[in-house]
Design a protein around this ligand. Sequence first.
Ligand code: PMP
Length: 431
Amino acid sequence: MPLSHRRSHLLQEKAEAVFPGGVNSPVRAFRSVGGEPPFLTHAEGAWLYDEDGNRYLDLFGSWGPMILGHAFPSVVEAIRDAAGRSASFGASTAAEASLAALVQKCFPSVEKLRFVSSGTEACMSAIRLARGFTGGDFIIKFEGCYHGHSDAMLVKAGSGVATLGIPGSAGVPAETVMHTLALPFNDLDAVRAAFAARPDQIACVILEPIVGNAGTIPPAPGYLEGLREITRQHGALLILDEVMTGFRVTLGGAQRLYNIQPDLTTLGKIIGGGLPCGAFGGRAEIMNHLAPLGPVYQAGTLSGNPLAMAAGIATLEHLIANEKAIYPQINQTTAEIAEGVATIAREAGVTLTTNQVGSMFTWFFTNTPVTDFATAATSDTAAFGRFHRAMLEAGVWLPPSQFEAAFVSAAHTPQDVAFVLNAARTALGHD
Ligand code: PMP
């Protein structure tokens, strides 16, 4: 019997009357995959529960933060405790320094940092700082990378922008993005040419070191090293946007995995344990250009919010204490899911390109190797949509777009792997 979505459908109708598309963030609307999004009531570990009493195995982890699974006891306890002492002060607390110390332990390149409330703010602020520090106006980003929805970053962006098939956004004046150069990912020659065309005018290169927002795309061997070398030669800053990869692909993010020392790093998602939190940080000499020490302005009423700090501390403390157990386990679970489904698909006559780094992965509905946005875009998004709907019906919640990474948490068990593979057999018509 098909799952009932009666209550979710009624809630969706109500939501559409008040929220554009019925949602508070576009990809949640399921527009590109079709069908209506279930409304969730609660989640525990690796399982999500909806208004109609259905449950789903979670393979999107709130878009990345929930690496320990949902309602992780020490995180819940930390939030409760902090809430009892006030949700916000707008003044300094010891918790900010405690979380900062944990971040620095994981990211030695972060000598100084600042907390913000989202990945968008972290990237927007890091770019302003890079411009203020170097005096350059131009910034280089890459097609299919998403760095939040600040105006200057909405050029050939990934995530919802790619999902909706739009090049950028209405409401962003051409003058605002005229200094944003969007180049193909994994192509060092394009970067060399951009620097040659504008010597001394480029403030920074910002990238997702492993792209997640066009689906998962790893950097080609030597690519990150090449970017490091080119930026150093030209006095531009290298900003690694580790909002998704930070504390995910290793405790120290992609920079530890690939041994790359950026000038600045942006963080989000896992750092707040599911609460709104982001951070940007790096070399002290650069960070000291921020107000009140320097001329680059940046601020936030809820920055360093006590609930977010508490959830972040509880999450990072658990990850640090259990690093050696957690990371090999989630990487292994992810490989079993990613490769297991790819095998089932092959047997059903569907060729997928499967990209995986650590506990993030994507099944691209194409047989072209996916190395940049152009190759990701060869995917059959209608086929992905059919697969998404069938998997949801079989009880597995995938990210609702071909151009988003899926995530596995420490709460996923071998039984959960078997559950996903069974669901895929049904979804791909291979019972
Ligand atoms: N950078 C990256 C790499 C991201 O994945 C995201 C969010 N998906 C952002 C920035 C923006 O973060 P937020 O949604 O918290 O503003």
